[in-house]
Design a protein around this ligand. Sequence first.
Ligand code: ADP
Ligand code: MG
Ligand code: ZN
Length: 501
Amino acid sequence: MTAVADVMDYAEVVESYDPVLGLEVHVELNTKTKMFCGCPNQFGGEPNTHVCPTCLGLPGALPVVNGKAVESAIRIGLALNCEIAEWCRFARKNYFYPDMPKNFQTSQYDEPIAFNGYLDVVLDDGEVVRVGIERAHMEEDTGKSLHVGGSTGRIHGAEHSLLDYNRAGVPLIEIVTKPIVGMGARAPEVARAYVTALRDLLRAMDVSDVRMDQGSLRCDANVSLMPKGATEFGTRTETKNVNSLRSVERAVRYEMTRQAAVLASGGSVTQETRHFQEADGTTSPGRVKETAEDYRYFPEPDLVPIAPSREWVEELRKTLPELPWERRKRIKEEWNLTDEELRDLINTGAEQLVAATVEAGAKPNEARSWWVQYLTQQANTREVELAELPITPAQVARVIELVNSGELTNKLAREVVQGVLAGEGEPDEVVEKRGLKVVSDDSALIAAVDEALAAQPDVADKIRGGKVQAAGAIVGAVMKATKGQADAKRVRELVLERVGA
Ligand code: ADP
Ligand code: MG
Ligand code: ZN
């Protein structure tokens, strides 16, 4: 039944159509407790152990707003250059689905706590795009359902479903962009760059774990196309819960090629939610989109309105940390980076890792070269984000220290890093276990040098006769004999010494 979807060549798409994007990002806040009750806000745990009458929606249980979550919401709004509502309320979003036993989700509707802001986003080539923020509102997360027995993991065709309410009631902020227009062929890149910038910002503010793989940051991508020159937006689809930065870009790109094929063949795009398939990078239809009326929103009668005083808002503004773009400016100066070096640092996602490595004692240039080059290659081959590599800045700093003290050559250092990545322990343990110390004992090196000279007497004669470049062959032989564990510079000195050159 899964026919290969008809798509249009990307170059052709952007020649004939203008894409419009809208990104909805859900962020789980890292507060100690849930949004409206005192249950722990913790990822995982035995199913249905972080629950109480309030988050299970039992009759008569009353919610109380988590003040810390409101504080985070306001800080996020301020960091996104939003206006903060003087007065706003929660609303009930009614729907029946077993992941919310109350039969409504407590959310905000037409009175969000923050609205009308923007986020500046840096693209791969350094160009800055200002993405408008429509609103950031507070709500609660739903429980998790696991549909068992079907082939797709969806409710259709399942034999039964398991429900875990540990996540029900976890504080969420939903951040919604204004329509992003005029990006043309770069729309997919802009989508990824926006989610990246937002993730970096939220991480710097320490309001969320922002782990896309664990669902603490989730993105829904709205995409529509309009024929070049048109003034009215086309019908959009909403691709749900795309769970990596790379997938955000792929999902937008795929939707553009799919919708273009539909439109070009005279069809019309159905307004629906869609699911992204990691495996082949396509999207498949979900449900036909509800309209706001379907949810019968009304103000939540069990909660008091939120009326943050202007004094409080200004106090919170003062708690904003150095934001990513400010930090970048400072780092560029402090580490004396060229525009290109700064861009590589940002694009590889290495910024905070390098900063932490410097904090652990390494020089900026050394730390940067490890993260931006070797470790980025390692992350690419493993298809993970740099930050997800199983090595810490402190461990990288230690490897650098071992190189600087002459205990490791660069080549050996890379082997040590491989060992750390393979879970063999701390750098020093890997050196020990794999026997990777530099042979710094001159007597062992001299023996190897003499042996190599004896094996290649003609070369030895050449060096003796003044052809110093010929020493390279002997150095190579010694490096081979010591399995690369010798300091090549010292070996060269010894070669010249032994032939009496
Ligand atoms: P919903 O309730 O359907 O999720 P939201 O208002 O929460 O709607 O989010 C819709 C998102 O889609 C916003 O980011 C909005 O800017 C964007 N959007 C609106 N119209 C279009 C369109 N025609 N094409 C693409 N994006 C759109
Ligand atoms: Mg929405
Ligand atoms: Zn609870």
